[in-house]
Design a binder for this molecule. Sequence first.
Ligand code: HEC
Ligand code: HEC
Ligand code: HEC
Ligand code: HEC
Ligand code: HEC
Ligand code: HEC
Ligand code: HEC
Ligand code: HEC
Length: 451
Amino acid sequence: MKAKRVRYIWIPLIIIMIVVPVGFYYVKWSESGAGAGLYSRLWKPEPIFSYWDPDNFYESVKTMTGVFKGKECVSCHAAVTPGIVNDWRKSRHSQAKKIVYCSDCHGHDHQNLHLPTPKICGGCHTTQHADFNDEKRFGFPSHALAMDRAQDAKHFVDKPKAEVTACLQCHSIATKCDSCHTRHQFSVAEARRPEACITCHSGPPHPDDETYFASKHGQIYLAEGDSWDWSKPLRKGNYKVPTCAYCHMNRGKHQVAEKSIWKFGLKQVNPLTSGNEVKREKWVKLCSDCHEPDWARQQLTKMDAERKRAWKKLYAAEGILKDLRSKGQLYPSAKQRPPYPTDSENSFFQMERIGFFEGQASAFYNVSPIERDYFNMWYFDNLGAYKGAAHGAAEFVRKGHAAMDSALENIRRNANVLRTLSEAEKKAGIKPEADAFWKQGEYTDYNRENN
Ligand code: HEC
Ligand code: HEC
Ligand code: HEC
Ligand code: HEC
Ligand code: HEC
Ligand code: HEC
Ligand code: HEC
Ligand code: HEC
């Protein structure tokens, strides 16, 4: 009896002692390829990645030799890259009491240059760098973790290079500080304006650009913004309507994640948890720079209601797909499609991944038409409606929900077709085969060889 009890302790203990180091070893191994992140062995960096993610990929040019003082960099580069030198001359860096030279950011040795990562800027701008790093506390989405998020996304690794190179251009927000105040002026006035954000925050999965400019705030900015004094900080009383940074980086805090309740709409969160109530009060306080607090609170309640309505529709669609899956009625089924390169461990047990928590990669391509309808509904219609509600663009809410309604209708109708077909086939004793395209489409073999 006693010996048995002891065994209950030491057997699991030995298993843990083996599994944990093996797990660590496996993750280390899988991160050790030419790329970066969890799937580094499955992709190779493009040359441009050295600028977007310098810590991982930058190697200094070797064509120039010599160790130079700051002034020498400027005088030679006035001929080599005059635009850069002009911008630098206009910047606060060149006008500071202790001038910040090229070499302060890039190093002195021309054969051993570096491109400044947030850490290097942080050497002088500790507050901004600390705020920025602090975002990691809030998890995804956030600027500080954006590069990991893209490189560790299965569809980044699975898809052909030509289609995913641009991911890192936007997600480089994590790996350098010049996305909003661009090099080499590093102007704060530029960063305060919405144009600083919309190079990345636009398009169907994140139509922040489109919804902001469709809102009253955006329209007033368009009508009057050019005559405002953008040298003023984003504080109460300085601006008539808020810009992106006014709301998301209030009081210059380099921290866009701390107030986020709905988190990219990734899952149905409970907006009334105590953590979310704290965030809500932060929003209300912010809106109260210009609006009545109660009025602002109601705007946020309206957003919650929109989200609940959207999730009801998404769950209805998910329910239909899961029902088809459980009866083996999806066509072509996951087993009739090739597994994704990153899903090789799942090739023994292939199944349709329905909903974002069963796996994103499989939702993006090589899926049956009805799964694709659901993907469009989730990713484009739903997220459009969300951003419409968040940013006060009523037309986006209306359009998004109308599109979700019709997608749901389509999914219902097509599900009935699939059911009828599958029952008829069963009666007739036919086993449907998927045609070769599904196995050998361009996102399969081609892709494995070209990433
Ligand atoms: C005598 C002229 C000269 C001086 C002095 C000089 N550079 Fe350059 N620099 C160049 C040239 C030419 C290139 C382009 C090299 C190439 O692309 O092969 C260059 C390229 C660069 C690049 C781009 C590297 C890349 O990978 O894109 C940076 C950054 C740079 N220089 C910074 C500096 C800094 C900092 C100093 C002072 C420490 C400096 N340079 C001094 C001539 C000079
Ligand atoms: C405050 C920091 C800072 C200073 C000062 C600075 N740079 Fe840069 N530089 C950057 C950043 C940030 C990048 C973008 C790095 C990246 O893409 O990863 C960059 C990129 C570059 C590049 C390559 C990209 C391009 O646009 O061609 C060159 C060349 C360059 N700098 C030259 C200079 C020269 C010359 C000076 C001095 C006149 C200078 N830099 C001063 C921060 C600085
Ligand atoms: C060697 C120290 C140093 C480094 C490194 C440095 N800065 Fe600066 N930065 C300064 C100083 C000094 C000022 C001017 C402050 C003042 O005049 O009050 C400044 C000002 C600024 C401003 C305000 C500009 C404005 O319009 O008011 C921004 C934005 C900025 N830096 C961004 C950056 C970024 C981004 C990097 C990294 C690519 C960087 N800095 C690297 C020292 C540095
Ligand atoms: C135009 C710029 C842009 C491009 C290109 C881009 N993204 Fe994003 N991505 C964003 C923005 C902005 C968000 C955040 C949206 C939000 O929070 O509402 C985002 C969100 C995400 C998220 C979900 C956020 C989270 O943390 O849960 C993932 C995962 C992601 N992107 C991966 C990728 C991959 C992989 C690619 C390439 C196929 C890509 N992105 C291409 C700008 C971009
Ligand atoms: C270079 C591209 C780029 C620029 C410029 C940019 N962002 Fe982002 N932003 C992203 C990406 C990528 C994500 C999603 C990161 C992830 O995958 O987790 C994101 C996420 C966000 C989020 C979501 C954070 C959360 O917790 O929900 C907010 C809010 C945000 N950005 C605001 C802004 C604002 C405001 C500006 C302009 C002042 C701006 N961004 C400029 C790329 C950018
Ligand atoms: C998402 C956009 C965005 C990114 C990324 C960003 N900044 Fe800023 N930055 C801003 C905005 C907006 C302001 C002006 C804030 C205000 O008006 O209060 C600003 C202001 C600054 C200032 C001037 C502060 C002052 O009080 O004058 C410095 C310094 C600065 N940023 C450094 C950095 C550093 C270092 C990084 C990288 C860790 C960085 N920024 C990344 C948007 C950004
Ligand atoms: C009036 C303030 C305001 C302005 C202006 C504004 N936003 Fe927002 N934004 C919000 C609110 C409120 C949310 C909902 C956040 C939540 O769920 O807590 C939101 C959501 C977002 C999100 C998604 C955050 C998440 O986690 O889901 C991103 C990204 C974003 N905004 C970017 C932008 C960009 C880019 C601009 C400018 C083009 C902008 N916003 C303008 C208030 C604003
Ligand atoms: C810097 C000032 C400022 C801030 C901060 C601000 N707003 Fe506004 N907002 C305005 C102005 C000015 C108008 C246009 C006049 C009006 O309708 O009050 C407006 C209009 C609106 C409208 C359209 C009003 C209508 O009746 O159609 C909505 C909705 C709105 N704001 C929501 C918000 C929310 C929610 C927040 C906080 C997340 C916020 N605003 C933060 C200044 C601001």
